[in-house]
Design a protein around this ligand. Structure first.
Ligand SMILES: O=C(O)CCC(=O)C(=O)O
Ligand SMILES: [Fe+2]
Length: 319
């Protein structure tokens, strides 16, 4: 399998440039849903083009984030996130997470944001536009993520009330009681840095929530695990978002959709290049009970927050 097998799907009929999705042709929506879900069943990833998130907003979010990341660590310490689920907004420095706990810490810095987070955790004094940009990006991508979830629900061909139930589990996105966040990541140039054994930019993992929408820059390096266990590149394609299945959607669908592992290695040829990405992790409400939609009970019903706490405990155990 090669990266050309991660399909590029045209989302225009349900994208943000269509103000009224209820007027979309239902046959076209079903066709779109079938192609998205085929990709999500096969490899758990696809690219969406014509998603409608303005390029200017993406650029602004990357640039204001970069300004922050390039400040000295002593200044960023003030905005540190404490790595517990109750602390929603803030910065984590290099090697503070190991998404594959068997490896040393990941070589990236991140800044997490939710609209209701502890706002003192936002570096307004250092980068005045940061908060406004985060907020705008959150709201814009929240709209897109909910549209994507609607289409995925169509593709699952669920009875109407079951599909409605899945969407209704996301009523509190952007408010307390829902963990959905945006995360901006900065992978500094590796240069001549002495690496620890097995250290990479981002360890193998799958995302914890319902689904993720990722916007890469053009640096490359993201790799996705196929069903045969080989990693293939998810090469950046300008103007697209990468849609990924999260662990919750995998549990809900009793493994029909796969939360695929992904990672970022140390680049061989571009050691002096930095890399940036921005992502929304769409999550169900904290108290939503996640039970298999097919009634199979393949995974026992679990409140989302319980699942998240378990994953976070593992993530930070070694740090
Ligand atoms: O930086 C990337 O492209 C991937 C980020 C990612 O997978 C994550 O933060 O979970
Ligand atoms: Fe990820």
């Amino acid at each position: 399998m090669s990266s050309s097998e991660i399909p590029v799907i045209d989302f225009a009929i349900y994208g943000l440039n269509n103000a009224n999705t209820s007027s979309a042709n239902q046959d076209e929506v079903k066709c779109l849903a079938a192609s998205i879900n085929a990709a999500l069943e096969n490899i758990g990833f696809c690219y969406l083009k014509n998603h409608g998130v303005p390029e200017t907003l993406l650029k602004e979010y990357r640039e204001t984030s970069r300004e922050f990341f390039l400040l000295p660590d002593e200044m960023k310490e003030k905005y540190k996130r404490f790595r517990v689920p109750e602390e929603y907004t803030g910065w984590l420095g290099l090697e503070k997470e190991a998404l594959n706990p068997k490896r040393p810490g990941d070589l990236r810095e991140v800044f997490d944001y939710t609209p209701y987070g502890n706002l003192d955790g936002c570096p307004e004094d250092l980068c005045p536009d940061f908060l406004r940009t985060c907020d705008q990006f959150f709201k814009t991508v929240q709209d897109l993520a909910m549209r994507v979830l609607e289409v995925v629900a169509v593709g699952l061909q669920l009875p109407e009330e079951v599909a409605r139930g899945v969407l209704d589990c996301h009523k509190l996105v952007g408010q307390k009681g829902n963990y959905t966040e945006i995360r901006t990541s900065y992978y500094p140039p590796i240069g001549d840095r002495a690496l620890k054994p097995d250290q990479i930019r981002l360890g193998e993992h799958s995302d914890f929530g319902s689904l993720s929408l990722l916007f890469q820059d053009d640096a490359g390096g993201l790799e996705v695990c196929t069903r045969t266990g080989d990693y293939i590149p998810a090469t950046p394609i300008p103007g697209t978002a990468v849609l990924k299945v999260g662990q919750i959607l995998q549990r809900w669908t009793a493994d029909r959709l796969v939360a695929t592992k992904h990672r970022i290695l140390i680049p061989d040829d571009r050691r002096f290049h930095e890399r940036q990405s921005v992502v929304m992790f769409l999550c169900p409400d904290d108290d939503a009970s996640i039970q298999c939609l097919d009634g199979s009970n393949k995974y026992p019903p679990t409140p989302f927050l319980e699942h998240l706490f378990k994953m976070m405990k593992e993530l930070y155990a070694a740090k």
